[in-house]
Design a protein around this ligand. Structure first.
Ligand code: NAD
Length: 320
């Protein structure tokens, strides 16, 4: 079993790599080789199998074909320009999220072995005049360039699968919180920083009101779902290769109270509430209520409450 993670140096990709290293197998076969690819070669990880760390730019079709041409059974395509940056830098978002994804799918097709391709889409594909809650059959109506690029990628993932070029599986990720590390350029970045920073003794700014509601999943459950996505048999997906992952709808104020219950008043009191019109404009266009019946019936998982997300962050990401 040879596995490739494109975007393997990113937040979700590096967590997935560590989980695969711990498992040692995927789809019932021992992992013989794992390749982590990103704009800059990702840091090496300890694993019971060979790990290669390589630099690739997926906007370069020839480089992408050379990378994937080594031959893989499972390809995770996680590389992307995130929402806020794709909105601010339209051309870059198009090059990476749309044309870069097509380069990945084409290179996977060129293998001639129909590899499993797991693609991380986003709930940003939904928006505008769609009913609440979002059902499995709700149409995509993205209200950002990022959402449109992800939705276009989904269409081709499905068509390449229908043609038998690849065995594609697309997951519309909820906002993953609590994200460790530094703030990123996602418009949703505050949905992690208002917990991550106070939990480490630092202050943070919340740019939306406590009533703002959104759809969340913890990093731990997200990575479990990426494993499940690769392991499911192709037949389980049916004719629809992309689905919304399970998550939970929480109001920001309710999440802060969950943090207070787990970590105490001091952490919750480090949040400054300061509305930001630009961020609100993007995030108020996102949908908060989902009914992900297909994903739940296939065994995809979610957290029990936001207290889980806080506990997982403290256990997985805070080095004491
Ligand atoms: N984290 C979330 O809340 C969330 C929510 C919805 C969807 N997603 C999607 O999940 C995936 C992983 O997200 P993440 O939070 O780990 O993001 P991330 O930004 O941490 O990781 C993405 C990686 O892609 C790499 N990349 C960017 N351009 C590239 C290029 N041209 N060639 C090669 N690599 C390139 C980046 O260097 C980065 O390491 C992305 O596709 C993202 O759109 C994430």
């Amino acid at each position: 079993m040879k596995v490739l993670i494109i975007g393997g140096g990113g937040f979700v990709g590096s967590k997935l790599a560590r989980v695969l290293a711990g498992r040692g197998e995927l789809r019932g076969a021992p992992i013989a080789r794992l390749t982590l690819a990103d704009l800059q070669a990702p840091a090496a990880i300890d694993a019971p199998f060979k790990v290669d760390c390589v630099a690739v730019d997926i906007t370069d079709a020839a480089a992408t074909r050379a990378l994937i041409g080594a031959g893989y059974d499972v390809i995770y395509h996680l590389a992307a320009i995130v929402s806020g940056q794709a909105e601010a830098e339209f051309d870059l978002g198009m090059q990476v999220n749309l044309f870069g994804s097509l380069n990945v799918f084409e290179a996977a097709r060129a293998l001639g072995t129909a590899p499993v391709v797991v693609y991380t889409s986003s709930i940003a594909v939904y928006g505008g005049e769609t009913p609440d809650p979002i059902e499995d059959w709700s149409h995509q109506n993205p209200q950002t360039s990022y959402g449109a690029q992800k939705a276009a990628g989904e269409l081709f993932l499905s068509d390449y699968s229908r043609k038998g070029f690849i065995d594609g599986r697309g997951l519309r990720l909820p906002t993953i919180s609590i994200r460790p590390g530094k703030p990123n350029k996602a418009a949703s970045s505050f949905m992690s920083s208002i917990f991550r920073e106070p939990l480490q003794g630092r202050s943070a700014v919340c740019p939306v009101d406590p009533e703002y509601a959104h759809w969340f999943l913890s990093p731990r459950r997200c990575v479990e779902n990426l494993v499940i996505a690769a392991e499911l048999p192709a037949e389980a997906w049916g004719l629809n290769r992309c689905l919304a992952l399970p998550g939970r709808t929480y109001r920001i104020g309710e999440m802060v109270e969950a943090m207070r219950r787990v970590a105490g008043d001091a952490a919750a009191d480090r949040i400054e509430w300061r509305p930001d019109a630009e961020i609100k404009k993007i995030v108020l266009g996102w949908k908060a209520e989902f009914n992900p019946l297909k994903a739940l019936s296939l065994g995809f998982v979610r957290d029990d409450s936001f207290e889980d997300n806080v506990r997982f962050f403290l256990a997985d990401d805070i080095v004491t």
